[in-house]
Design a protein around this ligand. Sequence first.
Ligand code: AMP
Length: 217
Amino acid sequence: MNIILLGPPGAGKGTQARFLVDGRDMVQLSTGDMLRAARTSGTEMGNLVAGVMDRGELVTDDIVIGLIEEQLTTTVAPGGFIFDGFPRTLAQADALGALMDRLGKTLDTVIEMRVDDAALVDRITGRFTCGNCGEGFHDTLKVPAKEGVCDNCGESDFKRRADDNAESLNTRLMAYYKETSPLIGYYYAKGQLQSVDGLAAIDEVKGSISAALDKVG
Ligand code: AMP
């Protein structure tokens, strides 16, 4: 099953994708993670997108479509792919459709995670992840059981994203409403959209997504 998790920054796409990877043998394709990896390894493309990402703007369609194409053609995903943070524009959505057709794959459903802006600011400005295993935490909503130690792997190397600050978040939210939210109508018109309440507790959201997948699977 191949699915898109659609929602603004902080909606919980990454958290829910991790559950699907663990529970359903799916592969998460996060263009944000791919771009951050390119920056860390200092590739030419990574250096090119660094400023754009820090400001919270979108990188060009060509770059992210290229990254997705590379992954889709080289990665084996027994349970299917989860597109997380992609597509973010109508051009990317069209390109994904064409690519899937060409590769003989289908997009089974698009899950919109609905949340309100006030909650997003809190969620984003307080979040951090374990640099070793990627487990997500939050200053107030999900603190590690033992201060400074990851619950999942026991390491103490926590990271905060450079773009998780109030100024960049404003730009990211604007980009979401201008460029990405039209995809809700786009996939609704194609009969592929399902919506879940992204403000519910993490386990409830997990259950809603599972139910949505069972409807199409
Ligand atoms: P994310 O981790 O999904 O929040 O993405 C972090 C940043 O990477 C975004 O603010 C953009 O600058 C860039 N980015 C990630 N995915 C895309 C995409 N599909 N299209 C354009 N820019 C993207």
